[in-house]
Design a protein around this ligand. Structure first.
Ligand code: ADP
Ligand code: MG
Length: 574
């Protein structure tokens, strides 16, 4: 075939493939236009999940009749005029392709009136064919109606899901845009039923509570920082509200909802050890940087951006969220049976069965002098321990100001050691213990190669490893902690080798935390270990002194609390 220029409508259809994927992407483009037009109220109505029609009405500045045809022309925009403008985009749109693209794959009707104009005008573009413009009655602002999306592009229509699934996606797009623009009122309906209603001029935090769930309102943790030219405010949910998917994360940069791996990763790092790795914290974060530091022109739908200083933003997000979490009492209340099943609660806590103390001496009173040593510095909001005991060689039961805290001894010890190791390694390599008799570790394949993959990391930890024969590694020295706690050294090195690939791919800090996790877990006291009184006391004191004592390094809780309030209610004392 000879080379030829494609007709304009084919060019638009090809472009539409990038911008317009499904009803949610149409809604995103139209709502962004409404926001750019200064709307204070935006209404979105869908019929059949947007497959039949999508209507977006706004009270923004409107379009003059003479410019309606231009608005749907490709590469026509009122938002930038020169290439330099790309270096500091403050509007949601700028590519001038959305309306042209939508008009090429649907029946698009534009109806608009400027606030100062007597009358409005209507223009229809039917799958690329532009009809004549005509005067029409219109409220001030703009109404865009998209009918039968992809009716003429069956290949595309096939990829769409059910009406329900599509309207769910639209809801999420609206949620993110509404979070980023709390001043704008939104109404969203599907097939005549209102799904979302948000008032104009809402306070930013109220808007988030409305969007993330009213039941979270009180528990959401606020964040507000400014550092090195990066500002961030928002909220995160406490660890026990984390979700199995990351759908409850809203991340906006300069008012634009974005999908950014680095920021998600920063959030994950901040929650590390507080939630299990398969879960995702609830978060809404609004990051602001000078527009010249972001390139938003890397993705047709503008959901991905390129950050000039990605690392800085990563650190700001991670540290701010971490700090906000550290200031919180994160011990979850124990979920007790519901009141109608009160008899069970009594069996658990009232019959004296669980409270049988295996060793009479383990109900202990710490002399007050001791308690006051950490009284001035309560971490996690937990007041100094006064009385405690070990039950079933596995659980520590501790009295605190708010009630009774039940502690998993292994999980707590693991967390304590992890924090200490982390602290210690910040000052240099961990102390090593020379072994009189080297321990041999068999490896699969070549010893020298296996060793090369972990040697730098293991040296930091205090290991001295050398090849000994073709497929054996000798351990000459090991971290003092592991030796003292009688950890199986060969097994530990084997585990490290198993994970060498993953450790190599992770960034340095993540890899280090991973191996410290392993060490803490291996060295921690186990369920079934009877603790002496002194050990118990030490452990509980350390609990007061570390951050994040509420969860083990893997994110499982170390402690749960039965509040006095709850107990009194359930036992019918109030
Ligand atoms: P872009 O938003 O990238 O400029 P679009 O194709 O989305 O490109 O829109 C083209 C132009 O049409 C915009 O630059 C704007 O001038 C005008 N426009 C689109 N939607 C609206 C609206 N709801 N209100 C006012 N003007 C609009
Ligand atoms: Mg646009």
């Amino acid at each position: 075939m000879p080379i030829r220029l494609l007709p304009a409508h084919v060019v638009n259809q090809i472009a539409a493939g990038e911008v317009v994927e499904r009803p949610a992407s149409v809604v995103k483009e139209l709502v962004e236009n409404a926001i750019d037009a200064g709307a204070t109220q935006i209404e979105v109505d869908l019929l059949e999940g947007g497959l039949e029609s999508i209507r977006v009405r706004d009270d923004g500045e409107g379009i003059v009749p003479d410019e309606l045809r231009l608005a749907v022309a490709p590469h026509a925009t009122s938002k930038i005029s020169a290439a330099e403008d790309l270096d500091g985009i403050a509007t949601m749109g700028f590519r001038g392709e959305a309306l042209a693209s939508i008009g090429s794959v649907s029946r698009l009707e534009l109806l608009s009136r400027r606030h100062d104009a007597e009358a409005g005008a209507r223009l229809v573009v039917d799958n690329g064919d532009m009809h004549d413009m005509e005067p029409a009655a219109s409220p001030p602002g703009t109404t865009m109606t998209v009918g039968r999306l992809f009716a003429r592009v069956p290949a595309r229509r096939k990829f769409l899901k059910t009406a329900r699934a599509e309207s769910g996606r639209v809801r999420r797009v609206l949620r993110d845009l509404a979070a980023a623009h709390p001043g704008v009122g939104f109404t969203y309906s599907t097939d005549g039923v209102i799904r979302l209603e948000l008032p104009t001029g809402q306070a930013p935090r109220d808007r988030l509570v409305a969007l993330l769930g009213r039941e979270l309102g009180d528990s959401l943790i606020d964040i507000d920082v400014e550092r090195d030219g990066v500002s961030m405010w928002g909220v995160v949910g406490p660890p026990d509200t984390a979700r199995p998917a990351s759908t409850h994360q809203i991340i906006c940069l300069n008012g634009r909802p974005i999908v950014d791996r680095a920021i998600r990763q920063a959030l994950r790092e901040a929650f590390r050890g507080l939630i299990e790795p398969s879960r995702h914290p609830i978060a809404a974060l609004f990051i602001g940087v000078d527009p010249t530091r972001v390139d938003v022109n890397v993705h047709p739908a503008k959901t991905e951006v390129r950050l000039r200083d990605e690392r800085l933003i990563f650190v700001v997000v991670r540290d701010a969220v971490r700090r906000a979490l550290e200031g919180r009492d994160l011990i979850p209340d124990l979920p007790l049976p519901l009141p109608e099943r009160r008899s069970e609660a009594r069996a658990l806590f009232g019959a004296g069965k669980v409270l049988t103390v295996s060793d009479g001496s383990s109900v202990t009173q710490v002399p007050a002098t001791q308690a006051s040593r950490f009284a001035s510095d309560p971490i996690d909001g937990v007041k100094p321990t006064t009385r405690f005991m070990q039950l079933h060689d596995m659980w520590l039961v501790v009295e605190d100001e708010q009630g009774i805290v039940i502690v998993d001894q292994h999980a707590l010890h693991e967390r304590v050691m992890f924090e200490r190791l982390l602290d210690r390694i910040g000052q240099g390599d961990l102390p090593a213990q020379h072994l009189m008799v080297p321990v041999a570790v068999e490896v699969e394949g070549d010893a020298a190669t296996a060793l090369a993959s972990i040697v730098a990391l293991t040296r930091q930890l205090g290991f001295d490893l050398t090849p000994m024969g073709p497929s054996t590694i000798a351990v000459h020295a090991a971290p003092v902690l592991l030796v003292e706690r009688r950890v199986d050294l060969a097994g530990f090195v084997e585990d490290l080798l198993d994970r060498a690939g993953a450790l190599h791919e992770a960034d340095d800090e993540t890899a280090l935390r991973d191996v410290l996790d392993m060490m803490a877990c291996k060295a921690a006291i186990k369920a079934g270990d009877r603790l002496t009184e002194r050990e118990l006391q030490d452990l509980l004191q350390q609990r007061e002194a570390i951050e994040r004592s509420s969860n083990c390094p893997h994110g499982r809780p170390t402690s749960m609390r039965l509040t006095l309030d709850d107990l009194e209610q359930r036992f019918g004392r109030r």
